[in-house]
Ligand binder design. Structure first.
Ligand SMILES: [Zn+2]
Length: 431
C-alpha cells in the first residue's frame, strides 16, 4: 500500500497562532492562520500566519497588558509545543529583540512567558505604543539554535507575524486626515458666535411661535401677543454664517486661493506639527485654539490694525496663523528656513509672503511656537501643563499690570471646545 507523503507530514502541523486569546484590552483586526507548514513541504505550503491586533485607547493608558497565544506543535521532533520556535520583536524605532532559548525570555522590558504551549507576552505601557510587530520563526534541524543570540540566521523559517497597532482615536503622534480637520472646523464654528436671532416675515414684521412650535403669521393679529406665544427665534452660529470657508476675508494681503482649502491646511499643519514637535493632543489643542483666535477663525493671516511700536516699522505687522510680528522675528524664521541672514530687501519681500503662502503662514507660527514665544519660548511646555493663560501671554504678549491678553475669554473657550472635539479625555497621554 502506498503511503501518501502529504498525509504523513500533515500530522506534524505547525500552527503558531492556533488561538489568540482575545480579551477586552485589544481587538483582532484580521487573522490568517497558517494551515500547514513543514520543512519538507514548505515550498508547497508557504502560508504564513498573519494576525493584526489593535490595542484600545483605554488599554494604552494601563501600565501593562498581556497577550496570549496558544501554540500547537512547533516541530515534529520537538518535545515542547513551542520547541524550535523563536520570537523576534521589532519596535517602531527599528530596535530588534530576539528570544533566547536558555532564558526563555526576550531580553527587554516585554516579558515573555512560555508554559504548556502558551506564549504570554506582557506589554508595558511604553511598548504598546512602540511595538511594530512580532515575528515567529522556526528551525528545522537541531544545530546551532540552543545558544542563539542576536539576529536570527537566514536558515530560520519565517512562519508568522503579529502586527501591533494602537487604536487611533486620539491625535497623539499622528497627522489629521482631511475629514478629521473638516470635522474639527465644523464643530468649532458650530460652537462659536452662538446667539438667537428674532425672525421676521417678508414685510419686516416680527414672527411669533405658539406653544406647539408653529410659526404664527404676522397678519394673524388676533393671536399675538397672547400668552403662550413667543417671538420666533432661531439659533445661529458661526457655521451657519461662514460654513467652513477659510482664509477668505478681503484683506490687503491674503492666502493665495489655491491654498485656501482644508486639504492644504491639513497637510501643512501635519508637516509643521511633526517638524516642531507639536505632537500630542494637548499641544495641538492649544496651538489650534490660539491660531483660531489670532486668525479670526482661520479667515485671515494679516493684521489690519498693527500696533505702533512695531520693530522695523508697520510692514512687520502680524502675519500667519499666529501673527508673527516684528522684523527680528521674521528674520529668525527666515534664517531657520534659508540658513542665511537676509538683506533688508529680502526680509521685506519675505514678510509679505508669510500672509500669502499657507506653508509659510503655518510654519512661521509653529516655528514661533517652538523657538520664540514672547518671553519664555517653547510654548509646548505650557500647553503640556494645560496653562491657557501663559500660552496666551506667550502668543499675545505680557501686558502691563498683569492685564489679561486680548481675546483671552475666546482663547479659553476655543481651548475647551477643542478638548471636547478631540475627545481629549480619551487621549493616551492625558495625565
Ligand atoms: Zn492624544
Amino acid at each position: 500500500m502506498a503511503i501518501n507523503f502529504y498525509d504523513y507530514v500533515s500530522s506534524y502541523d505547525f500552527v503558531p497562532f492556533a488561538e489568540l486569546q482575545s480579551n477586552d484590552d485589544f481587538k483582532v483586526i484580521s487573522s490568517k492562520q497558517s494551515s500547514l507548514i513543514s520543512t519538507a513541504i514548505k515550498e508547497v505550503y508557504k502560508k504564513k500566519s498573519e494576525v493584526t491586533i489593535e490595542f484600545k485607547p483605554e488599554t494604552i493608558k494601563k501600565e501593562k497588558t498581556i497577550l496570549k497565544f496558544k501554540l500547537k506543535q512547533a516541530h515534529q521532533y520537538a518535545s515542547d509545543p513551542d520547541g524550535y520556535l523563536r520570537y523576534k520583536l521589532t519596535a517602531v524605532n527599528g530596535q530588534v529583540f530576539v528570544s533566547n532559548y536558555n532564558k526563555k525570555e526576550i531580553e527587554h522590558d516585554l516579558g515573555v512567558k512560555r508554559y504548556d504551549g502558551i506564549v504570554e507576552i506582557v506589554f508595558s505601557k511604553n511598548l504598546m505604543q512602540s511595538v511594530k510587530y512580532i515575528d515567529f520563526y522556526y528551525k528545522d534541524n537541531t544545530d546551532a539554535w540552543l545558544d542563539l543570540k542576536g539576529e536570527l540566521p537566514d536558515s530560520w523559517e519565517h512562519c508568522g507575524r503579529v502586527t501591533i497597532g494602537a487604536a487611533s482615536t486620539c491625535y497623539c503622534n499622528r497627522g489629521f486626515t482631511e475629514e478629521e480637520m473638516t470635522n474639527i472646523l465644523t464643530q468649532l464654528r458650530k460652537s462659536d458666535d452662538v446667539h438667537y436671532e428674532i425672525q421676521f416675515d417678508k414685510s419686516g414684521n416680527t414672527l411669533y411661535i405658539d406653544k406647539e412650535g408653529k410659526v404664527i403669521s404676522s397678519t394673524d393679529t388676533g393671536r399675538r401677543p397672547p400668552e403662550a406665544v413667543d417671538k420666533y427665534r432661531v439659533q445661529k452660529n458661526a457655521f451657519d454664517k461662514e460654513g467652513i470657508n477659510i482664509f477668505d476675508f478681503k484683506m490687503e494681503e491674503k492666502i493665495q486661493s489655491k491654498d485656501a482649502n482644508i486639504n492644504t491646511l491639513t497637510d501643512e499643519l501635519n508637516k509643521a506639527f511633526e517638524k516642531y514637535q507639536i505632537n500630542t493632543c494637548i499641544r495641538k489643542i492649544h496651538f489650534l485654539a490660539q491660531s483660531y483666535e489670532e486668525s479670526q477663525r482661520f479667515h485671515k493671516t494679516y493684521e489690519s490694525n498693527p500696533i505702533s511700536t512695531l520693530s522695523g516699522g508697520e510692514h512687520y505687522r502680524g502675519r500667519g496663523l499666529l501673527q508673527l510680528t516684528h522684523d527680528y522675528n521674521y528674520e529668525k524664521f527666515y534664517i531657520d528656513l534659508f540658513k542665511k541672514i537676509p538683506t533688508e530687501k529680502e526680509l521685506d519681500n519675505f514678510a509679505s509672503r508669510v500672509s500669502k503662502e499657507l506653508h509659510l503662514a503655518v510654519f512661521g507660527s509653529a516655528f514661533y511656537w517652538k523657538n520664540i514665544g514672547s518671553l519664555k519660548g517653547n510654548i509646548s511646555q505650557f500647553a503640556d501643563k494645560d496653562d491657557v493663560l501663559t500660552v496666551s501671554k506667550e502668543i499675545n504678549g505680557y501686558k502691563k499690570n498683569n492685564a489679561l491678553p486680548n481675546g483671552y475669554e475666546e482663547r479659553v473657550r476655543y481651548t475647551n471646545e477643542l478638548k471636547k472635539i478631540f475627545k481629549y479625555e480619551k487621549c493616551i497621554n492625558k495625565k
